[in-house]
Design a protein around this ligand. Sequence first.
Ligand SMILES: C[C@@](CO)(OP(=O)(O)O)[C@H](O)COP(=O)(O)OP(=O)(O)OC[C@H]1O[C@@H](n2ccc(N)nc2=O)[C@H](O)[C@@H]1O
Ligand SMILES: Nc1ncnc2c1ncn2[C@@H]1O[C@H](COP(=O)(O)OP(=O)(O)O)[C@@H](O)[C@H]1O
Length: 299
Amino acid sequence: MTQTVTVRVPAKVNVQLAVGGARPDGFHDLANVFLAVGLYDEVTVTPADELRVTCSGPDADQVPLDRTNLAARAALELGRRHGIEPAVHLHIAKDIPVAGGMAGGSADGAGALFACDALWGTGTSRRELLDICAELGSDVPFSLVGGAALGIGRGERLRTLEVGGTFHWVFAIAERGLSTPAVFREFDRLNEGVRIPEPAASQELFDALAKGDAAALAATVSNDLQPAALSLFPALADTLAAGRAAGALAALVSGSGPTTAFLAADAESARTVAGALRASGTCRTVRVTDGPAPGATVV
Ligand SMILES: C[C@@](CO)(OP(=O)(O)O)[C@H](O)COP(=O)(O)OP(=O)(O)OC[C@H]1O[C@@H](n2ccc(N)nc2=O)[C@H](O)[C@@H]1O
Ligand SMILES: Nc1ncnc2c1ncn2[C@@H]1O[C@H](COP(=O)(O)OP(=O)(O)O)[C@@H](O)[C@H]1O
């Protein structure tokens, strides 16, 4: 029997995030276009006496190690469905910023699910894995599949999108995190009394992804949560301005933030934008990477 399984799972940036009004269940309908990018968490699962979570990496102290951790929740749910006691040690090697709008917790949930399924030999179908992911959180199904996809409903119902090239990105990691529910609440507050249209995905954006055309993608990216994130974290405007001034084709908040994302024309331009962001002193760390990246993969 396999004694240890490690799964690598990517971060995401939302190249379009169209947000509808609040639903009766408290969620918002979305047209959420995800692109997986090359920052990864690794989840390693090993048999143990009881369920235990550990985490390493620069942000490890911000990650809960109890049963609220999405990796633990994934193991508990898969075990429950198969009548297996989830006696495993889950170790998260964390490289995705915590509470950064890049779906790091979701990545760990998808990674733990995939890893436990391999360790226990439960042979769960793709359909059931995606159902469990959707129970764990709106972003978790995308973490499993990676690449690029449109998420509708609360973002959990996915349609894979074609991507015709590599997109070069720079991410500016902020000094502190932002809570996703707080950003949605601020979105509701800012839109009080406003009739919010049904969220709709952009065909121009799909075409830009399919062509691998960075300039065309830059012309169509959008994030309806950006005003709410900026309202809660006004200093992000300075980071966005610094990246734009350095030649980024597009500058936007990633999901609910506070990570800011900069689309560059090519790898060299990405390095220039990264250097300018570092020099600007408007963020904690700068990362250069590209997308699309593959979904959860056993390493
Ligand atoms: C905003 C997005 C964009 O991709 O990502 P992040 O910025 O958090 O990475 C997602 O919609 C976040 O998805 P995820 O982080 O999985 O959220 P969930 O655990 O499902 O929900 C947490 C809370 O966010 C709000 N929420 C989330 C999704 C959604 N469609 N509508 C919402 O209103 C609700 O208040 C919910 O209770
Ligand atoms: N494995 C995990 N890694 C990070 N955060 C987690 C994890 N499990 C639960 N959380 C909780 O989820 C919150 C959101 O974290 P994260 O998924 O990193 O951000 P975001 O939702 O902005 O993409 C964290 O503040 C933390 O309390």
